[in-house]
Unconditional design. Structure first.
Length: 429
């Protein structure tokens, strides 16, 4: 490594990729957000953006008076899809059109039909910079090697590759483990390439476990000493995470985000105090879905994103994920809002005045060995939780879960490894 390259990338032992940006004071963040919202607000009329202009004027808002952020109506994916249906194929909500876009991305489609998102080079580089900050938290550095089992293709708009190039690290994209045989080939590649970072999902981990058993190797030997950034809500909690860290001899870290939001890729850190959002790139809010107002620390609501300084336009975009706004400051020293992901709005079961997510079932099952399960009545108002669980003792499990969750539970027992394993994000409803 040359001295020039070392200087360009900075001190590899620094705590953050961008120390100044990631440790801004609350006052600096507030000023940055206020100015950012003001610039985005006039774009609605100046670009113009007919969908948003009609929406905001219907709410009694105008170009000349920048409202408080909480007074700006939230927008959902359902509204954007309806706009595209009425003004096909691209709708009237996009600030970046096909002729000035240099990247195209797509959502994962876990809540329905995937949407296409058009980005400029500036937007794609915003995504890159957010991803790099996450990679830095993973311990990845120049000449490091990391692998992932993401879909590839149009998903993600190349943010991972751009991040690797900027950091000088090696990306090893193996694609999704569509079959156990494909997963076996991924393990062979990892044995040869020896990456230190393995980005996967919780459901993919189950497939790789099966592949390792068939291959006659121990997955813990492949992961040994490494970091596994994982999409799996239960890993936000010490019990499930530490159980798997002991089993696989590695360190797990949580990753999440909204692929459509430039700067929306997030992770937690070694202290596991919630997902760190990038306050100099985005405004992340936790809002009451009924009122649209931001809730306080320790409270639950929908995750709402606002971007500023991008060509794409996202102002109060409600991704309809239920999250908990975390309290206090993180010991790592990074500033900005942090949140804990609870689950998707369409996955929750409402029993009386309480609501349950697959995560709640996972946490109750973890002391019982963490068997795989499906929540059969997700998205409904119900009198009980209805589950299908890989167990030989459904009645014993039913009693344990009913006691732990304090609601009636029915359990249908099925054979081990008989429930479908998603090749990407976990789907337990």
């Amino acid at each position: 490594m040359t001295i020039a390259v070392q200087q360009a990338l900075g001190d590899p032992n620094r705590p953050f990729w961008n120390v100044e940006a990631q440790t801004r004071t609350a006052a600096e963040i507030e000023n940055l957000h206020r100015a950012g919202v003001a610039r985005e607000w006039v774009r609605v009329w100046d670009t113009p953006l007919p969908f948003y202009r009609a929406k905001y004027e219907a709410a009694g808002l105008s170009r000349d008076q920048v409202p408080r952020l909480d007074d700006i109506p939230m927008t959902t994916k359902k509204e954007l899809l309806a706009d595209e249906a009425g003004h096909g194929p691209w709708g009237q909500w996009r600030a970046v059109d096909l002729d000035n876009a240099t990247f195209v991305s797509a959502s994962g489609g876990t809540t329905g039909r995937p949407m296409l998102y058009l980005l400029t080079k500036r937007d794609a580089y915003r995504t890159r910079d957010a991803v790099i900050r996450n990679y830095w938290r993973f311990g990845l550095r120049q000449f490091g090697r990391y692998t992932h089992a993401w879909p590839g293709g149009i998903y993600g708009a190349g943010g991972s590759q751009l991040a690797a190039e900027e950091m000088g690290a090696m990306e090893i994209p193996v694609g999704m483990p569509f079959t156990v045989e494909a997963a076996m080939e991924h393990l062979r590649i990892w044995q040869v390439m020896k990456p230190s970072t393995f980005m996967i999902t919780g459901s993919q981990l189950l497939i790789y476990d099966q592949a390792a058993e068939r291959l006659g190797v121990n997955l813990a030997d492949i992961f040994a000493g490494g970091t596994v950034p994982i999409v799996e809500a239960s890993m936000q909690f010490d019990g499930p995470r530490q159980r798997l860290e002991r089993r696989y001899n590695c360190h797990f870290i949580n990753i999440s985000g909204a692929s459509e939001i430039p700067g929306g890729a997030v992770s937690d850190c070694r202290h596991h105090t919630g997902f760190h959002t990038h306050a100099d790139m985005t405004i992340a809010q936790v809002c009451d879905p009924a009122t649209g107002k931001e809730v306080g620390p320790g409270q639950r609501g929908h995750l709402v994103w606002t971007c500023f300084g991008t060509d794409a336009f996202w102002l109060r975009y409600n991704v309809e994920d239920w999250v908990e706004r975390m309290e206090g400051e993180c010991p790592c020293g990074e500033s900005g809002l942090r949140y804990r992901l609870l689950g998707r709005d369409g996955d929750r079961v409402r029993i009386g005045q309480r609501q349950f997510f697959p995560l709640d079932v996972q946490l109750a099952l973890d002391p019982l060995g963490g068997p795989e399960f499906q929540l059969l009545n997700g998205g409904k108002q119900a009198e009980r939780l209805e589950l299908k669980v890989e167990t030989s003792d459904p009645e014993g499990l039913r009693q344990s879960l009913s006691t732990a969750l304090e609601v009636p539970v029915t359990v249908e027992g099925v054979e081990i490894n008989s429930l479908p394993r998603s090749t990407f994000k976990p789907r337990r409803t």
